[in-house]
Design a protein around this ligand. Sequence first.
Ligand code: ATP
Ligand code: MG
Length: 434
Amino acid sequence: MAKIQAIRGMNDILPEQTPKWQYLEDTVRRVLQSYGYSEIRMPIVEQTELFKRSIGEVTDIVEKEMYTFEDRNGDSLTLRPEGTACCVRAAEQHGLLFNQTQKLWYCGPMFRHERPQKGRYRQFNQIGVECFGMQGPDIDAEMIIMTARFWKALGLLDNVTLQINSLGTSEARKAYKAALVGYLSGHLDALDDDSKRRLESNPLRILDSKNQDTQRVLDNAPDFADYIDAESKEHFETLLSLLDANGVSYEVNSRLVRGLDYYSKTVFEWVTQDLGAQGTVCAGGRYDGLVEQLGGKPTPGVGFAMGVERLILMLESLDKIPAEVNNSADVFIVSVGEGTQVEAFKLAEILRNEFQSLRVVTHCGGGSFKSQMKKADKSGAPVALIIGENEIKNKTVVVKPLRDLSQGAEESNNRQQIEAPIVDLLDIIEDYLV
Ligand code: ATP
Ligand code: MG
């Protein structure tokens, strides 16, 4: 019988990979907490209408990327392609936007029917942030400064650059759209098919076109800088000055429009050269009209999402994952001989009581001394404890160093295998936990 395989573009994250994911998530979570963000968890399935109304009908996502189906009641449901709309829906539904500000984050899978390739999948994970109720550029700035801190904490700051732009208000965009359509209509021949189609439906997205002929035509297109409204301009300038004052460098890119309809004023992307075509690792912006568009009171909003798979790829290719992340144990207990396993279990429990979060692995599943030692080595633990029949008699344990510790290596070089009285063991183990 043919074996059942995972769906194309949807990946299993295997045990060898999950420590890297946990490392990334823990690092990001710690930074988020240090800026006062709270976690929110939303369902993975929503009414299709939510995404149509928020992301916009004429976007790649809604036109061709959504996993939409009818449930048994005949309702049209969609696997969430992104988190912003879901977060706005949840915050509005539970009164979180009423007379208060919110700084929220979430993490989880998103679904888009795209062509799978490196850094682009059909189920992928985002860590996203959304802030509500703050209209000034201070929160935009703080949020971007926070993203810079993520990269610093992960050792990626030298490999990403910040691109930033302002899309102004919807009125300013309307005037600019008219000018852009006027200009591009005179250059129809040079436009790619998608761009021709978008000329009517979503002309700003043409600025995003990857087609070279289209990009050449755009070189002489009207510049949004001439159309931006005074308030948005001031917002943008204050934002940039806050970034300057905090040492966050950026490139202003007036062609940056982002793929979703709901953005206004600030938009930004962090991009890298290290991932080939899928170079954007984090993207977001301000969406002051979205809450109202979804039926709530006008409420300013700003947020971003980062692609976890792309960041993991970056961490791997730049070798930025700390060595200890890949180890599964701090202490490995080997037991050979009559009655030794029960002592091994007891010892493991004592160690777990004494040292919180110490990873103690007791060998289970039988096997010779040699095969147990192989497993101990593979676990990455710096030390093995060995209990045999003699040790039980002597009330001792053999302490065997397995490798140099990354810190204090000098000291560990001198470490010898010893047979230690059980009563001294806690002190000895403590030495290994530099
Ligand atoms: P792209 O231009 O690469 O398609 P996007 O503008 O569609 O990205 P957003 O909707 O802004 O992406 O999502 C935020 C981030 O989520 C992206 O910058 C990227 O890191 C990640 N991301 C988006 N789509 C995918 C995908 N199909 N597979 C993996 N990561 C993705
Ligand atoms: Mg996309």
